[in-house]
Write a protein that binds this ligand. Structure first.
Ligand SMILES: *[C@@H]1O[C@H](CO)[C@@H](O)[C@H](O)[C@H]1NC(C)=O
Length: 171
């Protein structure tokens, strides 16, 4: 039991230590798309895998970053931000699993495509290949069937126990 507890602590420490800072859209930064990019902010997000405690670095000028609800994301509605940043260099911590929605607060920018959905992995979620985020409409991510969910959980528990035993053998 102590070995399991210790391995849990080590895993937690490893998770914190490996927090990663993402440059939003790499060299493009957080800017109103010109329409010639050939990729969207969500294409960029789909190429990455986000975990709890990772951070997003938004780099911008004469612009802003708003975290909004999914409804306000879809409507490009800037009137009820959950959080708003205007300092030109924003580091946002992804503090929980699930979806985060960001839009520009500048008039017209969101409608031009300056918006981003980030999905943070659940800690016990196996690392599935990234899928592209919905860009419009109300379709979400594919739901796992309850059998699939059960096998995901048992897979994770088995992996966790195996790790615990490994640590115990080494101590
Ligand atoms: C934005 O949201 C507010 C509050 O939910 C609502 O009153 C307003 O009509 C919305 N604006 C647009 C353009 O949808």
């Amino acid at each position: 039991m102590a070995a399991l507890l210790l391995s849990a602590l080590l895993l937690a420490a490893a998770a914190v230590a490996s927090a990663y800072q993402f440059e939003v859209a790499d060299e493009t930064g957080w800017t109103k798309p010109t329409g010639k990019e050939g990729h969207t902010y969500n294409d960029w997000a789909a190429q990455n895998r986000f975990h709890i405690h990772d951070t997003l670095h938004f780099k911008y000028a004469r612009d802003s970053v708003m975290e909004v609800s999914s409804a306000d994301y879809l409507a490009c509605n800037t009137s009820n931000p959950i959080a708003k940043f205007e300092d030109g260099s924003t580091v946002y911590e992804l503090s929980r699993p699930g979806f985060f929605y960001f839009i520009s607060g500048q008039p017209g920018h969101c409608k031009s495509g300056q918006r981003l959905i980030v999905r943070v992995m659940h800690p016990l979620q196996p690392e599935l290949p990234p899928a592209s985020a919905p860009t419009s409409g109300d379709s979400g991510w594919p739901e796992l069937s309850s059998t699939a969910k059960l096998s995901v959980v048992s897979y994770s528990v088995a992996a966790f126990v195996a790790l615990g035993v490994t640590f115990w053998l080494f101590l």
